[in-house]
Design a protein around this ligand. Structure first.
Ligand SMILES: Nc1ncnc2c1ncn2[C@@H]1O[C@H](COP(=O)(O)OP(=O)(O)OP(=O)(O)O)[C@@H](O)[C@H]1O
Length: 259
């Protein structure tokens, strides 16, 4: 299900929070199909809360969220499962499943009530086992995998779900630099080649600058959003952290420790 060049996420004046407590407001985000976007910001600013709100896992406090051209609230659960997939940091309850079985769960929105897999479902599973380098691990139980391997399985499951929008909360946590880059490059490829809109939260700002098409800097005030180069030109990264410890170097697009 790909819709080239469509505005897949349109967020205006969004406020997020819990019960009657707004934790972040004035969030605006416009993403077309094929775009990879990182959400960055300091601990506790609301990145995970935003992903959960965009994924309809908790209510918004104010503003508009349109996914694939419709208000998020207009979808029922079955429709939503074909529009967006969400990969959260919590370990899957189904870690006792084998890799292949967990990826097959991505096809649930399309299977009948007993979950019979069609040839097409099997093709999606096989394609994503291959794309995420999981063919040799397909019979392994998920609880036997490394963090990096498990993350690849979770992303493969989302890819098998084949939704125009994929949301991920901290997909690179606990990974070494090589495997962080591997995961982000896989997300970039999934966005660009399969024309999906992919949004993920991260603390890897340097990598996000190098690999993402767009970045949302959650700062709890104006929440700048744009291409990495525009955000660098407008000096938004300089203001992200107090400058006593780290400073942003716009020439290299990375943070340096202040000595
Ligand atoms: N279930 C909850 N009920 C009430 N407040 C919550 C809940 N979960 C998180 N919060 C609060 O919401 C704020 C944002 O939390 P959130 O986890 O979204 O931040 P974050 O930017 O993802 O942080 P981190 O970078 O540390 O993962 C924090 O002040 C947090 O304490």
């Amino acid at each position: 299900m790909s819709h080239p060049n469509r505005l897949n996420i349109n967020v205006e004046n969004l406020a997020i929070g819990y019960k009657d407590r707004v934790i972040c407001q004035n969030i605006d985000l416009k993403l077309a199909s094929g775009e990879l976007c990182a959400i960055v910001g300091v601990n506790g600013v609301g990145k995970s809360t935003l992903v959960r709100t965009l994924g309809n896992l908790q209510p918004k406090m104010n503003g508009e969220i349109q996914i694939a051209g419709e208000n998020l609230g207009a979808f029922n659960m079955d429709q939503l499962a074909k529009i967006l997939s969400v990969v959260l940091t919590e370990q899957p309850a189904s870690k006792n499943l084998r890799v292949q079985e967990l990826i097959a769960l991505g096809r649930q929105p399309y299977t009948n009530w007993i979950g019979t897999l069609t040839q097409e479902d099997k093709r999606y599973i096989q394609t994503n086992l291959k794309a995420f380098l999981l063919e040799d691990l397909k019979q392994r139980k998920c609880h036997e995998l490394s963090d990096g391997q498990l993350q690849r399985v979770l992303i493969a499951r989302a890819a098998a779900q084949d939704t125009p929008v994929v949301l991920l909360d901290e997909p690179t946590t606990h990974l070494d630099l090589y495997h962080k880059v591997q995961i982000l490059k896989m997300l970039q490829q999934l966005a660009h080649q399969s024309k999906k809109t992919i949004v993920f939260t991260t603390h890897e700002i340097d990598l996000a600058i190098q690999l993402c098409d767009k970045i949302l800097i959650l700062d709890g005030k104006t929440n700048p959003f744009g291409t990495p180069s525009d955000l660098i030109k407008q000096k938004h990264f300089e203001q992200l952290f107090p400058s006593d410890m780290v400073q942003f170097d716009s020439s290299s697009g990375s943070f340096k420790v202040k000595k």
